[in-house]
Design a binder for this molecule. Sequence first.
Ligand SMILES: [Zn+2]
Length: 295
Amino acid sequence: MRFNGFTARIPLLVIGVTLGLLLSPGTRPARANDAPLILEVLTTDVPQGGTAFLLVDAPGANRITVQHGEFSYPPELRLGSQWEVVMGVPADAPAGRYELLVEAETDEGTREARTAFTITKRAFPTQRLSRPSEEEQYAAPAARGETRLIATALNRVTPRRWHGGFARPVAGDLTTDYGTQRLRNGKEVGRHAGLDLAAPRGTPVYAAAAGTVALARPLTLHGRTVVLDHGGGVAGLYLHLEDFAVKEGDLVIPGTLLGHVGTSGLTPAPHLHYALYVHGTPVDPGLLKEVPDGW
Ligand SMILES: [Zn+2]
């Protein structure tokens, strides 16, 4: 599939709104605070399941928030007046304009500006399940504890450690793609949140990017599970491992051995389930192999 969205940096998109417009004349702020919010959307077109990148230049800001409707994307890295924001686009997000409201808090008040990017439609495969469903077992009450454990590890907020794209962690065959709609008896039972990569038992599994091992535990349904906190809002999930080559708290770099492909947990054949989450939203790892220049 052609990779959209990261081909070129685009010019500054939005001229900010100054604080002066938001306050009454009597409370007009000092000049430094009139600096505009400058928003640079590095990804103007993002496919469903893709990741959007936004730079916010907010002189004098102590804190910024980026909102889409009810959802707030925390910025993860601040360099001087510049803040980086990554946003995961769900596979089911409607195609079309994706509006963002950016607010910057300064000592004197709040400035805001708006921008948008476009979500483009993708065709996802469909998979009909004939064998007893795994989803049912993952949804059983016994699974909730481990699902919660994984979710907590996936949602840590730490400074960004990853630079550049996310490499494929194992040499294997893609058997179930991201976003695959699963049907059981003709009824939709959810989308596949990652990539299933089939490989012989014992095939090495490597870290896709730098990060910290947030979880490395044997779990009943998910099998031996590793969560990498890559920082900057991105986390990686590796399931069904044969063994562990890392422990919780370890720092990893791209290519660090995490363990080997196995059949632990609920899986009919040796494979790695590999998924990437951006602020808790599963995104297509195939689209994060490349990121904007310098990110
Ligand atoms: Zn899977």
